[in-house]
Design a protein around this ligand. Sequence first.
Ligand SMILES: Cc1cc2nc3c(=O)[nH]c(=O)nc-3n(C[C@H](O)[C@H](O)[C@H](O)COP(=O)(O)OP(=O)(O)OC[C@H]3O[C@@H](n4cnc5c(N)ncnc54)[C@H](O)[C@@H]3O)c2cc1C
Length: 379
Amino acid sequence: MSNSFDVIVIGAGIFGLATAAELAARRRRVAVIDRFGSGHPATSSTGRSRGIRIAYDHPFYVELALDAIHRWRALEKAGGRQILHLTGQVDFGLDTKLAAIASAVREAGGVIDELDAAGLRRKLPHLLTAPGDIGLFHAQAGTVLSDTGMAALKAKVLGDGVKLFEPERVIAIEPGNLTQVVTEKRRLEAGTVVVAAGPWTGALLATLDIHMPLAPSIAQVTFIAAQELVDRPGIGEWGGEGEGLGGVYGHPVPGIGYKLAFSTGQEGWVPDVDQWQPDYEEQARLFAWLDRRMPDFPRQVQLVQRHPWTMTPDGDFIVDRVGPVVLACGCSGHAFKFGPALGPLVADVVDGKPAHPLLRRDRPSLVGKKAAAGDAISR
Ligand SMILES: Cc1cc2nc3c(=O)[nH]c(=O)nc-3n(C[C@H](O)[C@H](O)[C@H](O)COP(=O)(O)OP(=O)(O)OC[C@H]3O[C@@H](n4cnc5c(N)ncnc54)[C@H](O)[C@@H]3O)c2cc1C
């Protein structure tokens, strides 16, 4: 087998698989290398479900989410398995954030409705409201069955002739006319190397003297066993723990019930831990939130999991080029939903197009800034 490719992608998480799928569709010879194996519990793109919404405060993400829904649907059709479970989403919390979301969704051609306190209660009967409370509802939201989505994307990549090496760790990248990628087992080469290594990206890039403000963080999710909730909308609370800080988000999970989590991760991610123990203090905080906001919500916990994500200082991803190396990283806790739609973003940069201004590595909101693992998802 040849060890030479047009593009080598490091990382088979959602960013890496989506990139490989798009490059293969563009007839490139592609190899993907993953240290743990795609979707492993140590990685970001693991687990049963992720929330999907078009409710974003920037039209770029609204359009990307609309595109993602079409692409997820195409993958469902190709593989014959359900990936999306769209029941809508209710957003509530900071008025300024809600106004920005409504405006961006409409600017991008999406549909979103304003709710008063009575409307909020109709959509979310568990939520305690006060007179004057407002919220938003949109239908193009709910749940991505992420493990099924990852499997569908992986099947597409393999079917399109991409070579996948996993589990296999990249230990060095040696840029040159043809960049060498050295793993524990072999040496491969390619004209372009995409680094989509999730929380491990910062360390890999540092070996090339590329320094990005990335902060890996560890985040917890709680699955509540409550089958009666599987047709309920998702929720997104903005600023629930104070101005500028995160709140609670959640979505239904077919076969289980409902998943709830804080949109704030914690310091303390360790690169070599591959199974994280639940943090019971955080679970107690989640139940205290339920006592305050949704006291009648069921509490039978089926599963608590912790996984890493990677914050940037401004909450936007980084998709840009440095010589032969393309960066696809800084998921900031909200990339999974975009799934296959991430592929064209990265493949365009591989093909020499300029990075999108929001995703450039030298955008003003990154230069000289530090990311914090304890920041909340801000987009
Ligand atoms: C708890 C939690 C809840 C979330 N909820 C949502 C949500 O509701 N909605 C949403 O849209 N997003 C959500 N996200 C975010 C989403 O899951 C991430 O943004 C996304 O999975 C990031 O994918 P990635 O490909 O960048 O990273 P990863 O999935 O981590 O992929 C990186 C890959 O690189 C590999 N790798 C690392 N180092 C090397 C090396 N040296 N050599 C070879 N391979 C290597 C790893 O094995 C890994 O598979 C959530 C994330 C978490 C953790």
